[in-house]
Design a protein around this ligand. Sequence first.
Ligand code: ZN
Length: 334
Amino acid sequence: MKRRDFVSDFLVAGTLLHTRGSNMSQQAGPPPQASLPNITEGVFVERSVSGKPHAGKVLAAIQPHTDDIPIFAGGTVAKLVGEGYTGYLIRTTNDEMAGSGTTGQRIWDNERDTEGVAKALGLQKVFNLEYRNHQMDEISRVEMRARLVHLIRLLKIDTIVCYDPWGIYEENPDHYVTAQVVEAACWMAGMDLDYPEQLAAGLQPHAVMEKYYFARGPQIVNRVVDISSWIDRKVEANLANKTQGPCGENGARLRSKLASQKLRLPLLGADDDSANRAYVKNIVLDYDSLSQRGVLSDRELGRRYGLEWAEAFHCIGPRPSLLDRYISEHAVAM
Ligand SMILES: [Zn+2]
């Protein structure tokens, strides 16, 4: 494919997926056809697979704040873990700027919620790096990169899910600093000269081979993941965030507020628990908050690809060796 067509496809996909999100009634053109996972061939639709095809592989979901992965990638993380990955959660800030009460109380509440998110998504352990919330643009990126390289080598992380370091109009420094440092750490962890003290301590070079990047604004999208089988797990992960995020107890609060006005939304059900679940699934992930940010809701994105629920990513996988391909095509027996 010519480069011009290649770029055009990307821009069309990005526009289709994002800028129309604020107008749910607008008709989209036909979605790009599912194709092989090759970025020159448009958007690849990743579907659920049976069995444990990822057994033996390791995934890290990396987020600045406890609500990031649940909102934008919770279904995909749950899917990949369900298909065999061993998963870990890395949170880069201490989340001190979200919640109520004292600073210490907010830090504790968010730490507790993060453990709940990990449990809901089937992740085995949480690593909290504890950088100051909203202050990550002042940190030493080199120090943070060394910590991430250490974790990638120690845990032998093959795949990461994180904010897109190239997503545009991202205003939160915690988001873009985390994404940029993660991207550098992913390849540097595979080098055999960087951080020799880690190698002397017994770790081996280990590069991250696959990256799922999500964004809360316009982004080059080349993968749509079918999360229909995992939507309830995603709802659980969002419900675990009681201190921040658009979920928590908001369903019960809305139900109570409407009752005070002698009103009722049938979809919120008959009690607080069903109201909270319905609020996450049918309002946050379907109708309301994501589309307000200019990103399609999971439900609307799914509709455009003939799926029930979906999440969007810029996915970067292993790059095949052109030399190996040339050799296989041209080498002759001696
Ligand atoms: Zn965040």
